[in-house]
Structure formats: structure tokens, C-alpha cells
Design a protein around this ligand. Structure first.
Ligand code: PMV
Length: 361
């Protein structure tokens, strides 16, 4: 598929008004996306677990308006007007207008809220852009009822990508691949697709405990982070490594090889941070507590043989990944040794999820 395949045909009747609501989850990458080309084309392929508990629910109420030369929308975040989100939505609308030409024909009231605590340091852009894209696609489906579900999801993912790259992996579940890879059928730089290979059942109920080490604003926005990969001395090797790691992951996921999984996932997380430590300017995004947690996970794994590992986003929080049947062990480990490293003792108990869902009001 090319971008042109997402341009709509002629719409049938325009509804005068309506309301749609979608809940889209966050995701956590196993092989990381870091570095991009315009517009939101990944420099390397990536794959993520779709999450379940961490999600954004967005309602869009739409009403046909006079004239169609300007965008018109209001935004509520957690029930309150949020002016500082509006420029991001406006840029998003401008970018996706060719694919959704009805956007200027309506006034939209966007009402959005997150399941995770306010300013928890958990990026809400992935789930937020995915939920908004799904609402807009739902409106388009009312204008073009013939659209099938594969096209619907692909286009929603394509739109979400234009809002925030990794958001394209927040439509489907439970493992989503994004970025062209010659050994991954259906893979595309334009949208995420469900991981097409066999995945052992252990990974379908994997747990993710997110330790909130630092809840403030991220020190480096992902926009700046991606830019740092331009002219980065190790960029080319890193992009090749990500391609190879996707190949390596295939037998690991198929066979339920937990040791192989741990090694690959932890190496990916540390490589992402190594890229930031070796860029110009350079950044250390881990906090002392991040390192304490990593060391404790390593010691605990060695002593107990519980197959728990960590991964990181571009920040200080730690995602602790493990099979469901070790949930009680990890909870005790959490209470005894890790909760003290979380800001205000906060953490989120999440797990692999099945993707976004429509909410019927
Ligand atoms: O989608 P962005 O532009 O916020 O980039 C996210 C990049 C990482 O979260 C660090 C890795 C990934 O693949 O999700």
C-alpha cells in the first residue's frame, strides 16, 4: 500500500451530527524505534507489546458547520479545557486533512482522558493519538460505510503515525510491528500491523509493571531525541542492529525462549539509552533509582531464577516484564525491594492487551 491508498473516494451522505468514543492503549517497544525521516517515517523497524491498563479514552462530538475553510474544535482533557494541547491537534489536523477532507466541514468537541495518573511520566501521545485517529476514522466510516475492518485499522494506524510515530502501534494487539522489514510480510513504514508470526502463549499474557521513578516532564522530548540520530556516529549500526533483532526475535517468540527474550529486550533498552548518551548534545535519561532498580532486577533474577526483565522508554521509568505465572513472586519483590525507588511509591500494574476498542455510549 502507498500513501495514496489512504485518500478517500467520494463520500456518500454527510451526517449532520453525532458522537463517537474509542479507548486506545499505550504500548511498550521490545525492539525500539529511535530516529526518523520526514514525515514520521521510521529509520528502523520496531515491535511492541500493546498494553491494556494504560489507555486514553476519547470522545469526539461532531456537528456540521457553516463554511469549510477552517478547522474548528474545542478540547477537554480530564474534563477541563486544555489550551496548550490545541496547537498539537491543529498540526495533526493539517497533516491528515488530505486523508480526511471532511475535517473542515465539522466543529468537533474532543473530550479525552487517560487511565494513568496525571503527569506520571508515562507518555500519553501514543494512546492519545491512536484514540483520536480511531474516532476520526469512525466518522469517516459513517461517510463511507463500505470500508472493511482491515482498511479501517490500517488507515487509523497511518493517521496515528502522523500524530506521533509510535502511536501507530496502539491500534491492534497484542504484538505490533511497524517499519518495512524484508522478512516481515505486510510490514510497512506507513502503519503498524499485527505481528504475523507464531507467538508462544506465555507472551500473550505477559505482565508489565511500570515503576514511576520520575514523574516530571521528560528531559528530552522524543522529537528532539529522534533528531539526535541525524549524523549520530553510531546511527547506521544501530538501525542495522534493530533489523537483525527483529529477525532474532522471531524464534524467541515462537518457542517461548525466555532467556533469549530477556537478553534481547534488555539490550534494546540499554542501546536506546546509549544512543542518547553518545549523541551531541548528550543526555543521561536514567536516574539513580533507575539504575538501582535495574541492578536489583538482575540480582533477583540470578538468585531466584524468576524470568523478570526490564525495558525503558526515553525516560527514567522502568517497565518490568515477566510471565503471568510469576505475578505473585514479582509482587513480593516489588513490595520488599522496589517500591521504595518509585516517586511517591507509585507504580502501574499493566499487561499485554488486545488493542483499541470502540465504546458505545
Ligand atoms: O512515538 P515517539 O516519537 O514518541 O517515539 C517513541 C520512541 C520510544 O518510545 C523511545 C521507542 C518506541 O519504539 O516506542
Amino acid at each position: 500500500m502507498t500513501e495514496n491508498d489512504f485518500l478517500p473516494g467520494a463520500y456518500q451522505e454527510f451526517p449532520l451530527s453525532g458522537k463517537v468514543t474509542w479507548r486506545a492503549p499505550s504500548n511498550i517497544a521490545l525492539v525500539k524505534y529511535w530516529g526518523k525521516k520526514p514525515i514520521q517515517i521510521p529509520a528502523n523497524p520496531s515491535v511492541s507489546f500493546t498494553l491494556d491498563t494504560c489507555a486514553t479514552t476519547t470522545s469526539v462530538t461532531f456537528a456540521k458547520k457553516e463554511g469549510n475553510t477552517d478547522f474548528s474544535f474545542d478540547l477537554l482533557f480530564e474534563g477541563k479545557p486544555k489550551e496548550d494541547f490545541k496547537p498539537k491537534i491543529l498540526t495533526f489536523f493539517e497533516r491528515i486533512l488530505p486523508y480526511l477532507p471532511f475535517l473542515k466541514a465539522y466543529h468537533f468537541d474532543i473530550d479525552t482522558s487517560n487511565s494513568f495518573p496525571h503527569s506520571s511520566g508515562i507518555a500519553s501521545s501514543a494512546s492519545g493519538m491512536a484514540a483520536l485517529s480511531l474516532c476520526l476514522m469512525d466518522i469517516e466510516k459513517q461517510l463511507d460505510p463500505t470500508m472493511d475492518s482491515v482498511t479501517f485499522n490500517r488507515k487509523a494506524s497511518h493517521l496515528a503515525r502522523l500524530g506521533s510515530g509510535s502511536a501507530c502501534r496502539s491500534i491492534d494487539g497484542s504484538l505490533v510491528e511497524w517499519g518495512m522489514h524484508r522478512n516481515v510480510p505486510q510490514s510497512s513504514d506507513l502503519y503498524g500491523t499485527e505481528y504475523p508470526f507464531t507467538v508462544d502463549s506465555v507472551f500473550k499474557s505477559y505482565q508489565d509493571t511500570i515503576l514511576l521513578v520520575h514523574k516530571g516532564e521528560k528531559q528530552v522530548s522524543s522529537t528532539v531525541g529522534h533528531q539526535l540520530m541525524k549524523g549520530h556516529p553510531y546511527a547506521e549500526n544501530r538501525f542495522q542492529q534493530a533489523i537483525q533483532n527483529l529477525d532474532r526475535l522471531k524464534p524467541i517468540l515462537a518457542s517461548g525462549d525466555l532467556d533469549g527474550f530477556i537478553q534481547l529486550v534488555e539490550s534494546e533498552a540499554l542501546t536506546l539509552h546509549a544512543m542518547m548518551m553518545t549523541s551531541m548534545p548528550y543526555f543521561i535519561l536514567m536516574k539513580p533509582d533507575t539504575l538501582e532498580i535495574i541492578n536489583k532486577i538482575w540480582r533477583y533474577r540470578q538468585e531466584t531464577k524468576v524470568p523478570v526483565c526490564f525495558t525503558l522508554d526515553a525516560g527514567a521509568n522502568v517497565h518490568m516484564l515477566y510471565p503471568k505465572n510469576f505475578k505473585d513472586n514479582v509482587q513480593r519483590f516489588m513490595d520488599d525491594a522496589l517500591v521504595m525507588h518509585c516517586e511517591n511509591g507509585q507504580y502501574i500494574q499493566d499487561r499485554v492487551g488486545k488493542g483499541a476498542v470502540k465504546i458505545n455510549d
